[in-house]
Design a protein around this ligand. Structure first.
Ligand SMILES: [Mg+2]
Length: 228
């Protein structure tokens, strides 16, 4: 089964945070800050509670635009990004490599498989965390500033594959969140969910990735099997 996922790959796209690097970005605080921005700009935060962090920002801007207040919408977006970046940057400097991330990237490069990163984080924080973790910045990386539609929208991944000149059906998306798997499947890619220790065992059940692994080491080992 794993063999079919790894055979004849053009490219592998990775999520960054929680997949290649561990930054301990405080996502709960980010969400609270975004709901705070909603309130400050006169948009009732209640309807945004169930949304993901970046969707809250879009909701606030759309609401203000619909009220005929485009300048306020721009202002809200700038304020939201300023607050998100502050939190992201704070945690990026202490980022650590996720176990076996370097080994997996090396295994892919040995086989001529292209590697890219697709992240909803901002570019600066992403680069800082890649440097701090020792992975370095020699990757194609598309952060949230680089695309109009971020994950879970498949455009984010399709754009990366286009730049890497890789076919979606010959490419693999690896991520630790259900939206990574959703985006990968919507882009027509193969998918692997990386199950973090604190997640429930059935975390990926609804989105049905091709494989679920508990460590990137399992993918490295599967490559060795593939070669033998
Ligand atoms: Mg992640």
């Amino acid at each position: 089964m794993m063999n079919n996922v790894l055979r004849d790959l053009d490219a592998v796209l990775f999520d960054l945070d929680g997949t290649l690097v561990e930054t301990n970005i405080d996502f709960a605080l980010m969400r609270e800050e975004m709901l705070g921005v909603a309130g400050e700009f006169g948009v009732a935060p209640e309807s945004a509670r169930a949304m993901d962090i970046l969707a809250i920002v879009e909701y606030v801007c759309d609401t203000l635009n619909a009220r005929g207040l485009p300048e306020r919408a721009d202002e809200a977006r700038r304020e939201a990004m300023r607050r998100l970046e502050r939190i992201e940057l704070f945690h990026s400097e202490t980022a650590r490599e996720v176990e076996s991330a370097q080994a997996l990237i090396a295994a892919l490069r040995d086989r001529g498989v292209k590697v890219g990163i697709v992240t909803r984080n901002c570019r600066r924080a992403s680069e800082i965390s890649l440097e701090a973790s020792g992975l370095g910045v020699g990757f194609l990386m598309l952060s949230r500033e680089d695309v109009r539609n971020t994950k879970p929208h498949p455009d984010h991944l399709m754009r990366a594959l286009e730049i890497l000149d890789a076919r979606p059906d010959r490419s693999l998306m690896v991520g630790d969140h259900t939206m990574d798997v959703e985006a990968g499947k919507a882009a027509g890619m193969r998918t692997i969910g990386l199950l973090a220790p604190e997640r429930p065992r059935d975390f990926f059940r609804k989105v049905e990735p091709d494989e679920v692994v508990e460590s990137l080491r399992e993918i490295v080992d599967a490559f060795v099997d593939l070669d033998s």
